[in-house]
Design a protein around this ligand. Structure first.
Ligand code: AMP
Length: 220
């Protein structure tokens, strides 16, 4: 199964993609995490994308598509994966379709995690992320048991530099201008399903698992 998780920055794509991929036994491909790892390691790719990320702008399609194409060719993606943060432009969505078509696969569903704009700003400021396992926390709504330490793996928590208020505003602007049209792309293909992202983390995950079931076995 190949799934795309869509939603604005702060909608909970990373959290849900990690949970869904674990529950369904699928690989998790997070373009933002791959870029951040490259920046931290100081690779050539990292050096070329850092300025875009610092500004809250999108990395050029060509670079992003190449990165995802390489990741998708790794053995853990053979039977499927959950895409998180990709595609973010129509160009990327089309390129992803091509990559999958060439291996006789296709996106099964695009899940849109819907969260009102005012809630997104609140969520992004105050977010802390585990350096080791990428689990996110929030200082008000879901703080770790021990400050700056991950409950799950004990890793160190850090705040993303692009979660600063001005950069968050830019990321949201970029999202509405460039990524929101991707929703229509999947809607036209009859693959888009929306879930209420304002629910608790477990409830959103359950709603996603539920909408992925065939209509005949869905709850409610
Ligand atoms: P994220 O962790 O998904 O919020 O991504 C962090 C940053 O990485 C974004 O603000 C972009 O600069 C870059 N990025 C991640 N995914 C993509 C993508 N699919 N296309 C272009 N840039 C991306």
């Amino acid at each position: 199964m190949f799934l795309v998780l869509l939603g604005a920055p702060g909608a909970g794509k990373g959290t849900q993609a990690a949970m869904i991929s674990r529950k369904l036994g699928l690989a998790h491909i997070a373009s933002g995490d791959l870029f951040r790892q490259a920046v931290e390691k100081g690779t050539k790719l990292g050096q070329s994308v850092k300025a875009y990320m610092d500004k809250g702008a999108l990395v050029p399609d060509e670079v992003t598509i190449q990165l995802i194409s390489e990741r998708l060719n790794e053995p853990d993606c053979k039977t499927g994966c959950v895409f998180d943060g990709f595609p973010r432009t129509i160009e990327q969505a089309k390129a992803l379709d091509k990559m999958l078509t060439s291996r006789k696969e296709a996106i099964d569903k695009a899940v849109y995690i819907e969260v009102p704009e005012e809630e997104l700003l609140k969520r992004l400021s105050g977010r802390w992320i585990c350096r080791q396992c990428q689990v996110p926390y929030h200082e008000l709504t879901s703080p770790p048991k021990v400050p700056r330490k991950c409950d799950r793996c004990g890793g160190e928590l850090y705040q993303r530099s692009d979660d600063a208020v001005e950069t968050v505003k830019e990321r949201l602007k970029v999202y509405f201008a460039q990524t929101a049209p991707v929703l229509d792309y999947y809607k036209t293909m009859d693959k888009l399903i929306a879930v209420n992202g304002k629910l608790g983390i477990e409830d959103v995950a359950e709603a996603i698992i539920d909408v992925l079931k065939p209509k005949s076995v869905r709850a409610g």
